[in-house]
Design a binder for this molecule. Structure first.
Ligand code: FDP
Length: 346
């Protein structure tokens, strides 16, 4: 009798069906999750490991580098060296790193997202995107393909449970790591984002810097049942992108980290290639949507590995509503494609 909770290995084996390209994707996901199981143990050791949450440098643009960021990068790099991966583009390295010449895939990765939460014992995670290397394309260029070219993406959440949220373009599924044998097992198949949860996630301390479109949208949400939305909205802000994404996949709601008027934040804070793009595929496979406010994230052609982007995700109707606020304020949009879409629509 098939198990109620098939293992990740079983799921990937039955999905890949002996196809060499799909097997390569399966091997890559297995390598990533094996490293994540090790990382989860290291995180759980917390104060028993000297300096785990310690800041060891400045990564620039408001980001600090912590000991655990560096350790996570090393763990994933050494795991991917043994997988069919030609290059890895990581938040923790300035340029893409070559792993296996001629291999079929590349991986973009944020080895440790939410690292400012390490020392507060709040959920943190690893986000990854798997892309093919088309014939004649260099691994560097392969890392900069639009998100719609991804063959798989996911994140591992190190929280009360260690959880993998993954898609191989066959729905978005959750695998939970069993505490005893540390094997990932399927615990939720084919997630679908709830369309109407009245909950938002945004760093409200930046309100005065937001574009007028976001200020107007948020004003309408906060007006609750006395405003145009005619219902009260709740707020949640964990400060770990992976935790917000997980909550929204599980119970709905909307996430915004818009570009704003602060120096260095004009294009937002979050990274396109290894944060927004993988989350956008998970969202779309769960019936949701992700944009930079206006343009679908999966359609954006990245220009550089560490590029920042404005990010909005959640149920499609709410994401579209936000685009309308931007469109109602020409010149206020933070998207270079803003006017293009306006023209296209017109
Ligand atoms: P962190 O810098 O701690 O890694 O990815 C960057 C990120 O965290 C996200 O996880 C989180 O949503 C965001 O930054 C928090 O930024 P603010 O401190 O500006 O709210």
């Amino acid at each position: 009798m098939p198990s109620e909770h098939p293992t990740l290995a079983d799921y990937l084996a039955s999905w890949s069906q002996g196809d060499p390209v799909l097997i390569a994707v399966a091997e890559t996901i297995s390598a990533l999750t094996a490293a994540s199981a090790e990382l989860s143990r290291l995180i759980a050791e917390g104060p028993f490991v000297r300096g785990l949450g310690e800041t060891i440098g400045d990564a620039g643009g408001g980001d600090v580098k912590k000991f655990l960021d560096v350790e996570s990068h090393k763990l994933f790099k050494s795991a991917l060296e043994k997988a069919p991966v030609a290059a890895m583009g990581s938040e923790e390295a300035d340029a893409a790193e070559v792993l296996n010449d001629g291999a079929a895939l590349v991986v973009a990765i944020d080895p440790l997202d939410g690292s400012s939460n390490i020392d507060t014992n709040v959920s943190i995670g690893t986000i990854f995107s798997v892309l093919p290397v088309p014939d004649g394309m260099s691994p560097d260029a392969a890392l900069l393909q639009a998100g719609k070219e991804q063959v798989a993406s996911g994140f591992i959440l190190y929280g009360p449970q260690t959880t993998l949220v993954v898609t191989v373009r066959d729905g978005t599924h959750i695998f939970t790591m069993a505490p005893d044998d540390r094997v990932f097992q399927l615990t939720r198949r084919d997630l679908k984002i709830a369309p109407d949860k009245a909950e938002y996630a945004i760093n409200a301390s930046n309100e005065r810097h937001w574009p007028a479109a976001v200020q107007a949208y948020m004003r309408d949400l906060k007006a609750g049942r006395d405003g145009p939305r005619r219902q009260d909205f709740n707020m949640r802000w964990v400060g770990s992108l992976v935790a917000e994404a997980y909550r929204i996949l599980i119970r709905g709601g909307i996430f915004l980290y818009p570009g704003d008027a602060r120096k260095g934040y004009e294009k937002g804070r979050l990274r396109l290639v290894y944060e927004a793009i993988p989350l956008a595929l998970l969202m779309s496979q769960a019936g949701g949507a992700a944009t930079d406010g206006v343009t679908p994230i999966l359609d954006i052609e990245p220009e550089s590995l560490h590029q920042r982007v404005s990010l909005v995700f959640g149920p499609p109707d709410e994401v579209e509503r936000i685009a309308q606020y931007y469109e109602a304020r020409p010149g206020d949009g933070n998207s270079p494609l803003f006017s293009e879409r306006g023209l296209l629509r017109g």
